[in-house]
Design a protein around this ligand. Structure first.
Ligand code: ATP
Ligand code: MG
Length: 423
């Protein structure tokens, strides 16, 4: 036998329960998007490396050590997208979508980051992202939080905590940065390697450290939220008022800075304690400077991304994925002459009842074993076709869920007969 070829570490095949839950999540999220009037956008998986370096920030985990970057055959540096916002902004600019108009967009698909694979953290993972362009009012920040909350409600997900913070204006952050650097300089010996390196290049990133040994130091650091500019304070207060009005609970987490450089003002995360260390299932914020930073006209923007794998794990843990009925009708076929009429009958049913799930061809076997499968499929009816039925141009319709007798139905009358049950 030839040697086996395995998948890349951290890149998973998704099947069975996980695939069901995955699809259910996307379907439900798309319904919510429709409820709020958002539109789909489909974006490339690969972009120029520079796009990510310029938007996410040179001194971030993602750009420093997590990107899948390669030279293509033309020696251009390309990168598998580690997140969706940068590409979405690039697309909006390139296609003139943000010019004098509001865009409310969503997308879903795989993202790639070279991280240490563990529960809830993979090298290929999936996000469902939402971005809004052209609105600066805090009402839209609230709308994004509300639509994520509505998704949790529709999924029945519980125990998600909303954390919010404001990163203020760029000027406010520049002033705060000095205060923060001074604080960390006083505690140089407590900084880990990453923090040492970022002390002068990107000190705010230190607040985002996942190192538990840095916890106390970070908790006691001066808070950006206490150094905000007046406009950002008003923006943040208005956001909180909207959330209060709509009955959305939140906690203000002053250490929430997010792992990407492009945010300003509002940032938020939905966090659970039920997934261990990888507890953030949805994260986002405002990024008013980004469109201009990647070559567009200054345009306010705000967005978020959900981590699909983490939400799928929660849905499965909490038993929230509705069982799919495998089949409505199950064809039980056995005999020499049944193959051709069997397929024709199945197709005629599929034509007449496009909503119904008509199953056949799942392994054959004796009548007994086929009936067993029919029963397991959840189908309401088995249609039985043997050589005798073919001779008589009939099919036996056997109710599987009702206390009713099997009935012989002529092929010509089958659609009409099934109308009552499937129509
Ligand atoms: P974390 O702090 O967990 O590393 P992040 O701040 O890097 O997350 P974002 O870039 O904001 O994550 O991505 C949004 C969401 O995508 C995260 O909240 C998480 O649910 C999910 N996510 C991010 N990285 C991964 C990964 N490697 N594997 C699975 N899901 C991920
Ligand atoms: Mg990360």
């Amino acid at each position: 036998m030839a040697s086996k070829i395995n998948a890349i570490r951290g890149m998973n095949d998704i099947f069975g329960d996980h695939a069901e839950a995955f699809d259910y999540l996307i379907r439900t999220a798309e319904k919510v998007m429709h409820q709020y009037g958002y539109h789909s956008i489909r974006l490339p998986l690969v972009e120029k490396t520079e796009l990510f370096a310029r938007s996410i920030g040179e001194v971030t985990d993602i750009v420093e050590k997590e990107m899948y970057t390669f030279a293509d055959r033309n020696d251009e540096s390309l990168t598998l997208r580690p997140e969706g916002t940068a590409g979405c902004v690039r697309a909006v600019i390139e296609n003139g979508l943000a010019h004098n108009q509001v865009q409310k967009l969503y997308y879903t698909g795989p993202m790639f980051r070279y991280e240490r694979p563990q529960k809830g953290r993979y090298r290929q993972f999936h996000q469902f992202g939402v971005e809004v362009f052209g609105l600066s009012d805090p009402q839209i920040d609230a709308e994004l939080i509300l639509l994520s909350a509505r998704l949790w409600e529709q999924l029945g997900l519980e125990n998600l905590q909303l954390q919010i913070n404001s990163l203020g204006s760029n000027q406010a952050r520049v002033a705060y940065r000095q205060i923060l650097v001074a604080y960390f300089e006083q505690h140089q010996s407590l900084l880990d390697e990453d923090a040492q390196r970022r002390l002068y290049s990107n000190p705010l990133r230190i607040l985002d450290s996942k190192n538990p040994e840095m916890r106390t130091l970070i908790d006691q650091a001066p808070k950006l939220i206490e150094h905000l500019d007046a406009e950002s304070i008003a923006h943040f207060e208005a956001l909180k008022a909207h959330l209060d009005d709509c009955g959305i609970e939140y906690v203000v987490n002053p250490n929430l800075v997010r792992g990407l450089d492009y945010y300003n003002r509002t940032v938020f995360e939905w966090v659970t304690t039920e997934l261990g260390a990888q507890g953030t299932v949805c994260a986002g914020g405002r990024y008013d400077g980004l469109v201009e930073q990647i070559g567009g006209k200054a345009t306010p923007a705000v967005g978020f991304a959900m981590g699909i794998e983490r939400l799928v794990a929660l849905l499965l843990d909490q038993g929230l994925v509705p069982a799919q009925r495998e089949a409505d009708v199950f064809l039980v076929l056995l005999g020499e002459q049944v193959t051709r009429p069997g397929l024709v009958l199945a197709e005629s049913l599929r034509e007449a009842f496009p909503q119904a799930n008509i199953q056949m061809n799942v392994g054959g076997g004796s009548f007994k074993s086929q009936f067993k499968k029919a029963d397991k499929s959840g189908a309401a009816f088995a249609l039985v076709l043997g050589d005798e039925e073919v001779q008589a141009r009939q099919v036996a319709v056997k109710p599987l869920r009702l206390e009713a007798e099997q009935q012989m139905v002529a092929w010509d009358g089958l659609i009409e007969f099934m109308q009552v049950h499937l129509g």
